[in-house]
Write a protein that binds this ligand. Structure first.
Ligand SMILES: [Zn+2]
Length: 163
């Protein structure tokens, strides 16, 4: 079913559109899912991402001013050749996006990091039916046992800024 998506040293590459998904090395065309450093590196020639991810990247990499950004809204399609691409909320951090790729009658969904639970800090995850699901599960490993959310929020509320 998959004859278009390849794992290269630079990252996941969608050949018919000649673009990368969250590349690990600098490339000409990158679709970036969110602003965390393991997904958004500095120096890509052209970047497609949400407006919030662009802001996070510009804060994180202030010297990357020459990067050409395209910032479609969630649900607004854009194209690489005949390849239709749409960003949908991933619920991970502010501006995080899943990347929906449609080509040759096949719909791919690259989730990037995502979270299903509602979170007031970002847009809620949107479920999208697809033919091919590309995902990662860093925190699904049983090694990670996250404390209850309310306990963590209570710590933040109790935190006093040092004087
Ligand atoms: Zn992340």
């Amino acid at each position: 079913m998959n004859k278009y998506l390849f794992k290269r040293p630079e990252g996941l590459y969608f050949e018919p559109g000649d673009f990368y998904l969250d590349p690990k090395r600098v490339v000409q065309k990158a679709v970036i899912t969110h602003g965390h450093a393991d997904h958004a590196i500095a120096g890509n020639k052209a970047v497609w991402c949400t407006a919030a991810t662009k802001s996070i990247m510009r804060l994180r990499y202030p010297r990357m001013v020459s990067t050409l950004f395209t910032v479609p809204a969630y649900g607004e399609p854009f194209y690489f050749n005949e390849v239709k691409v749409t960003l949908l909320p991933a619920g991970h951090i502010l501006g995080s996006a899943q990347v929906i790729i449609e080509y040759g009658g096949i719909k791919y969904c690259y989730t990037g990091d995502f979270k299903l639970r509602e979170d007031a800090s970002c847009e809620r995850f949107q479920v999208e039916p697809c033919d091919v699901l590309i995902t990662e599960t860093t925190f699904a490993d049983p090694l990670y046992a996250h404390p209850p959310e309310q306990d963590e929020l209570s710590k933040l509320e109790a935190y006093e800024k040092p004087t």
